[in-house]
Every structure is written in structure tokens, then in C-alpha cells.
Design a protein around this ligand. Structure first.
Ligand SMILES: Nc1ncnc2c1ncn2[C@@H]1O[C@H](COP(=O)(O)OP(=O)(O)O)[C@@H](O)[C@H]1O
Ligand SMILES: [Mg+2]
Length: 357
């Protein structure tokens, strides 16, 4: 952490060692006397404690103050970022029933590239080749998965495959992505201030960004109404855009996009929204955190045209878990499934694809 965060570190003293320990990825404070950390994908209960609820509440209030927000009975929930880029979420009683709850997701200093994901067996070489073709052929892609399944990391790794010649606009709620290209322009949303004014949402950013001549839009996460604007952008020539969404399966990701688009308030029949989703999104990449704490790309699928009004996908690659040993180790294998419909396109462009039998 840097010097202007000294006062926060002071208030967060009981968890300071974890803030400074690079092997810790998350710190979960459940009231003053129960603190868990995550290391290598696994949660550990620590012996660290805050002196009491008042001290913990003071830490939360100071985090809120550092970002000019209020955390009190009327505003019991806070999303913020520490000066080092770590993301913090705080919730206080009576919303939380066991004292002040703070979760800190540490800012990752080293970027997970596709090569690194391959070396961790998070994706096989064939999967990496598929992702490369998907990005190079400008397929619009959504990375889906549960909380902390590795969506943002995969999005970041995929963004590394975007050619240098493209102008990339990065839109995020809280800045996490670190692209390697030179021609990248970063935007971040702004929360409403104490008076509830001045909000600039992801949706506002999507609309604004379209006037800034993007070759590619990279959006941190789709959570709401902005889905419709993104779908329209993807359908009107902004191909090769990518984002993430919280979902339990690839098909669920399409349904979530649909639900989010319907939240926009624009009167559109469901069938029209479905058609937009199915034509805007070309590929789905699904991530999962397995019981042994490892994260994997468990599915890469293509989106096909609607069939009888419902979504249809074609699986290109999948991970199949075969067994889970008593110590939690997961045994399984990746396997290639259907040949991509863009195989011909890839061949013309000289892009290598895995060998499909
Ligand atoms: N393949 C991976 N192997 C090891 N750690 C990973 C992997 N992918 C992500 N992580 C770590 O897991 C945590 C959550 O990852 P993140 O990409 O932010 O998940 P999500 O966006 O799904 O919430 C981060 O600390 C990240 O560094
Ligand atoms: Mg994320």
C-alpha cells in the first residue's frame, strides 16, 4: 500500500499482515472476531481479531470516508476501492446480523496471461487456441461464471489477444482490468455522492463510449440495463467486444443478458430481445472454481441462431470432472467437442485451431 493509505492501514491493522501478503487473494471479515482469508483458492480461518465491533465499525466508516461516501443506518452497504486498487465491500447492522462485515478482494499485481492460465491447467492449449481465434476473428464474447470463479482474469487474459492496431475502450465499475496494449482508454463509473447526485453508470459509459470511435469495447461486468446498449452496440458493427456476467452455465449467461436487457425499461417483446441476444453474442466462455480451489475454463461454446424461440449453443470444448478424492483433489480432463462454425474463417485468416477429429 502507498503512503496516502496509511490511515486506512492504521484502521485495518488487525488484517494488515494479510493486506501485505501476496499469497492472500481475499480477506473476509465477519464481525470483529471471525476473519477468513483465501489462499490459492481455499478459505482459511485466521486467529486475527479486531478489538471489538466499535473498532471494526470505525475501520468501515473510514473506508467510506476515504471515498467520500457514507456508511450508516440509512446507507448500510458500501462498495469502494482501497488506494492500492483492492476492492472492498462493507455491510453493517442491522442489514448484517453478526456485526460489521467487510470483504476485501486484493488487487492482483501480476497479470494472469493466457500462458499462465495454461501453465496452471486452468485451460488446455487447445482452449487457448480457441480463445485466440475467437478474439482475432472479432467474435463478441461473454465470460460467465460464479463469484470469484475467474471471469475477470479470463477476460483480462483474452483482452491480451486483441491486436495492437485496435483502439480499445475499457469500461468498468471498479478498475480491475490491466490491458497490455498501448492504445487503451480506461473509464470508470461514478457512484452518486452523499446527496444522491452525479452518478455515471456503466450504461452512461457504454452510450458515451460509442461516440469515441472504439474498435473494441471491453466491459468489466454486465449487471443491469447496460446489457441492452451493449447488445445494440455488438449488433451494429462493434464486433469483437467482450464482457463478463454472473451466471451458472453458458445458457444461463444468455438468459441473464436477456433479463438485464429487459430491465432497461425500453418496451421490447421478449422474442425481440432474445433475437438480439442470440445474434449479438457469438461465443461464451464459462469459468468455475472447483472444490479443490482451482479455477478452470470449463466450457467454450458458440451461440447458434434461436431454435423454436429458444437459445441454442454448440459446445467447442469442455472440462469433465471424473472424481473428487477425499482430500478434495479434483481429477478430470478437458475435451474438444464440436468443430467451430468459424473454422473456415480461421483457415482463410491463417489462424491456428485445435485439431478436431
Ligand atoms: N486460473 C486461475 N488460477 C489461479 N487463480 C486464479 C485464476 N483465475 C482467477 N484467479 C484468482 O481468483 C480470484 C478471483 O478471480 P476473478 O477473475 O476476479 O474472479 P471473478 O471475476 O469471477 O469474480 C483472484 O484473486 C484471481 O487472481
Ligand atoms: Mg470479476
Amino acid at each position: 500500500m502507498n503512503s496516502n493509505s496509511d490511515f486506512l492501514v492504521l484502521f485495518l491493522a488487525p488484517v494488515r499482515e494479510f493486506l501485505e501478503d501476496d499469497s492472500v487473494s481475499e480477506i473476509l471479515i465477519n464481525g470483529a472476531s471471525q476473519i477468513y482469508v483465501e489462499r490459492r483458492g481455499k478459505l482459511e480461518l485466521t486467529s486475527a481479531k479486531f478489538a471489538g465491533e466499535a473498532q471494526l465499525m470505525a475501520a468501515a466508516a473510514n473506508i467510506a470516508k476515504s471515498v467520500d461516501r457514507i456508511l450508516d443506518e440509512r446507507h448500510p452497504d458500501l462498495d469502494a476501492r482501497l488506494p492500492d486498487g483492492s476492492r472492498v465491500h462493507a455491510t453493517i447492522p442491522p442489514i448484517s446480523r453478526c456485526g460489521t462485515i467487510i470483504s476485501i478482494r486484493k488487487f492482483k499485481k501480476d497479470i494472469l496471461t493466457l500462458d499462465k492460465l495454461e501453465s496452471f491447467s486452468s485451460i488446455p492449449h487447445e482452449g487457448a487456441l480457441l480463445l485466440n481465434a475467437i478474439v482475432k476473428l472479432r467474435k463478441n464474447t461473454i465470460v460467465s461464471g460464479g463469484t470469484s470463479s475467474g471471469k475477470t482474469s479470463v477476460l483480462n487474459a483474452m483482452s491480451g489477444l486483441i491486436p495492437e492496431k485496435d483502439r480499445i475502450l475499457v469500461l468498468e465499475d471498479a478498475s480491475e482490468l490491466q490491458l497490455q496494449q498501448k492504445h487503451c482508454v480506461y473509464f470508470e463509473t461514478r457512484k452518486p455522492d452523499k446527496n444522491g447526485e452525479g452518478e455515471f453508470s456503466i450504461r452512461d459509459l457504454v452510450i458515451a463510449s460509442l461516440r469515441l470511435r472504439p474498435d473494441r469495447l471491453v466491459i468489466g461486468e454486465i449487471r443491469g440495463k447496460e446489457a441492452l446498449d451493449l447488445l445494440q452496440a455488438m449488433n451494429t458493427g462493434h464486433s469483437g467486444s467482450m464482457s463478463t456476467i454472473h451466471a451458472n452455465s453458458p445458457i444461463d449467461a444468455l438468459r441473464r443478458m436477456e433479463t438485464c436487457a429487459l430491465m432497461s425499461g425500453v418496451e421490447l417483446p421478449l422474442s425481440a430481445v432474445r433475437m438480439q441476444v442470440a445474434s449479438a453474442i457469438n461465443c461464451l466462455v464459462h469459468t468455475m472454481r472447483l472444490p479443490d480451489g482451482s479455477r478452470k475454463v470449463v466450457d467454450i461454446s458458440e451461440v447458434l441462431p434461436l431454435e423454436n424461440g429458444d437459445y441454442k449453443t454448440s459446445k467447442l470444448m469442455e472440462w469433465k470432472t471424473k472424481s473428487i478424492s477425499p482430500d478434495g483433489t479434483v481429477c478430470g480432463a478437458f475435451r474438444l467437442c464440436n468443430r467451430p462454425s468459424f473454422a473456415g474463417e480461421a483457415q482463410i485468416m491463417g489462424i491456428e485451431l485445435p485439431q478436431y477429429s
